[in-house]
Design a protein around this ligand. Structure first.
Ligand SMILES: [Zn+2]
Length: 91
């Protein structure tokens, strides 16, 4: 069995993980031996990347529309709306 050291995105521990095939976009998936969950190091869909919420809010505060934000950042319309709803009200 091939194990490599990768930081698990669920438990945030660097530990041996097993390869777990490939996910969407051909990125390798890994299986965490500790929390028994699978994850990828990089994802095709970037809506849940750190900083995405900030980018969405920044664009909205600059007057960009929801559709424009969604298209520019390549995240779903509903994702943009959800982030904006949960954001702190400005002003
Ligand atoms: Zn884990």
């Amino acid at each position: 069995m091939v194990t490599i050291e990768v930081a698990c995105r669920h438990c945030n521990e660097t530990q041996p993980v097993r390869k777990h095939g490939k996910g969407r976009g051909g990125y390798p998936r890994y299986y965490c031996n500790d929390c028994k969950r699978t994850f990828q190091l990089s994802y095709l869909y970037r809506a849940h990347q750190p900083g995405m919420k900030e980018k969405i809010i920044e664009m909205a505060s600059q007057g960009a529309g929801i559709r424009h934000t969604s298209r520019t950042l390549k995240v779903g319309l509903n994702t943009v709306m959800r982030y904006l709803k949960t954001a702190e009200p400005v002003g």
